[in-house]
Design a binder for this molecule. Structure first.
Ligand SMILES: *[C@@H]1O[C@H](CO)[C@@H](O)[C@H](O)[C@H]1NC(C)=O
Ligand SMILES: *[C@@H]1O[C@H](CO)[C@@H](O)[C@H](O)[C@H]1NC(C)=O
Ligand SMILES: *[C@@H]1O[C@H](CO)[C@@H](O)[C@H](O)[C@H]1NC(C)=O
Ligand SMILES: *[C@@H]1O[C@H](CO)[C@@H](O)[C@H](O)[C@H]1NC(C)=O
Ligand SMILES: *[C@@H]1O[C@H](CO)[C@@H](O)[C@H](O)[C@H]1NC(C)=O
Length: 470
């Protein structure tokens, strides 16, 4: 139906064209409604990226009309076509791919209606042909540019131009997985319209500048996977609309911010793999929208119980591993009904592991390995069965599993059997088979690698002695 309709439109269009041709004597298809200066600038810009061999000769009658270039879009301004979108790199199947010795041509800055510029997997050569982002002329694009993206260009090196600060209309700045070095220019703080700022997976160093006062529209801030150092800037607290904050995998240090309390809409907080310290701050429990929180691999320390965990009722994923936390696992975590992933491993947590954790309706991964938990694991067989290898409790020297649990195929990896239970079995049964069972089970829990291999054998032994005992 739609095809038919489109076909109808084509017929009508052809009719109008032939009608106007009839009226004016000749259809001037060659005369594209694109100014020569704009067309030349576009061709030169593209040639700079894809090579001089490209001359657009296959484009007829104009690059924005009937046979557009893949990755290029245009709009009409005062009856003329202007380029508004330029996507270079293998985004679409028949996209233009980049040349080996590509360059930014000055003509780029003549495309005065350009709204979106994206270069993806273009500057690839890490050694032979490295390119820096030009610092000059960005002001020519200041009136139009809304989105600027350099992604997966490992051969794109040098600093982030401070002149990006003139791009007042920019809503999205994405500099992801390139070879950029130096510091984050404070001029970025002038980009008041920004709602996405991603400067991740480069080699940036220095402090995160304290520039966020005017960036209240920001929704996504991702500075992860760089070499940033120093403490978190206080003006992060101005980002009251923020949904995602990721500064993971840097060398950041200092305390967690009290200002986190203002980030009421934040759904993701990732501070993992840094050098933060000073204990958990109460401000964390004010971020009521949090769905995913990663604080792992920081020497934050302190007692895990100081937070009212029940306030974070939207949490789906919580990773607090390797943080030097102590204290008992707070019961309030059991109120986080949406929790699916909980990792508390490699801390110094003490006390028992409450079997109530298994009542969390969505939980499908629970890691508490490498702590100081003690006592008996009291989860049901069903729980171990459901979790499988997504339950980890090894490396808690004082934790043990009752033999009842061992007699199933879902024994928790690396947890030794409880002593009293074994004595119980011993006193209830008789004979050398029990002795064998005892030592087999003991070795099973101490050397879990052999478990799958030995399990059927042990089952038979165990059942045997049970029957004999009867
Ligand atoms: C454009 O390039 C094609 C080959 O890619 C070539 O055949 C043609 O002569 C060129 N046109 C001009 C005007 O250079
Ligand atoms: C937070 O989210 C709510 C609901 O989506 C929205 O109404 C509110 O304006 C947001 N707050 C800020 C400061 O953006
Ligand atoms: C772990 O906690 C115990 C008991 O609170 C304490 O004695 C021990 O020093 C702690 N270990 C570390 C490495 O913090
Ligand atoms: C152990 O075996 C002996 C005989 O071999 C029997 O008299 C005794 O009742 C058994 N004990 C138990 C606890 O089954
Ligand atoms: C059980 O094994 C231990 C150690 O191998 C041994 O000393 C003990 O005599 C055995 N007891 C029985 C009842 O076989």
């Amino acid at each position: 139906m739609r095809n038919f309709k489109a076909f109808g439109h084509v017929i009508i269009a052809l009719f109008i064209i032939s009608l106007s041709a009839w009226c004016h004597g000749q259809v001037e298809l060659d005369k594209a409604p694109m100014e020569k200066a704009e067309k030349d600038a576009l061709f030169s810009t593209i040639q700079g990226f894809v090579g001089n061999w490209w001359n657009g000769s296959d484009l007829y009658p104009d690059p924005c009309g009937w046979t557009p270039i893949e990755g290029v879009s245009c709009d009409l301004f005062d009856g003329f076509w202007y380029v508004t979108v330029l996507n270079i790199g293998p985004i679409y199947e028949n996209s233009l791919s980049c040349a080996k010795n590509l360059e930014f041509r000055p003509h780029l800055f003549e495309l005065k209606h350009l709204k979106t510029l994206s270069l993806f997997k273009c500057f690839r050569s890490q050694r032979r042909h490295q390119v820096t982002i030009p610092n000059a002329n960005w002001e020519n694009l200041a009136g139009s540019l809304r989105s600027l993206e350099f992604r997966s260009n490992t051969g794109l090196i040098g600093k982030i131009p401070s002149s990006f600060g003139v791009l007042k209309k920019l809503q999205s700045l994405v500099l992801l997985e390139n070879g950029l070095t130096g510091e984050i220019p404070p001029e970025i703080g002038n980009l008041k319209k920004l709602n996405r700022l991603v400067i991740a997976e480069n080699y940036l160093s220095g402090h995160i500048p304290d520039i966020f006062t005017a960036l209240g529209d920001l929704l996504i801030l991702d500075l992860s996977r760089n070499s940033l150092s120093g403490s978190l800037p206080l003006t992060l607290g101005c980002l009251t609309s923020l949904l995602k904050l990721d500064v993971s995998n840097n060398h950041l240090e200092g305390n967690l911010l009290k200002e986190f309390a203002y980030l009421k809409n934040l759904t993701l907080l990732d501070l993992g793999n840094n050098r933060f310290s000073g204990g958990l701050t109460l401000s964390i429990q004010e971020m009521h929208s949090l769905e995913e929180m990663v604080l792992s691999n920081n020497a934050i320390g302190g007692d895990i119980r100081i937070l009212k965990w029940e306030n974070l009722h939207n949490l789906v994923s919580l990773d607090l591993s390797n943080m030097g936390l102590n204290g008992e696992i707070p019961e309030s975590i059991i109120q986080l009904k949406r929790l699916r992933f909980l990792r508390l491993s490699d801390n110094n947590l003490t006390g028992n592991l409450s079997p109530k954790l298994s009542t969390l309706p969505s939980l499908n991964a629970l890691y508490v390995s490498g702590n100081n938990l003690a006592g008996e694991l009291k989860f049901s067989m069903e729980f171990y069965g459901k979790m499988g290898t997504r339950f980890g409790a090894w490396n808690n020297p004082n934790l043990c599993c009752p033999l009842g649990a061992i007699a199933t195929s879902n024994v928790p990896f690396g947890v030794k059997p409880c002593q009293q239970q074994i004595k119980l079995v011993e006193s209830n049964t008789n004979g050398s088979d029990v002795n064998k069972t005892f030592y087999s089970i003991a070795s099973l829990c101490h050397a879990p690698n052999h478990f799958w291999w030995t399990f059927p054998f042990i089952m038979i032994l165990f059942l045997n002695s049970y029957i004999i005992g009867l």
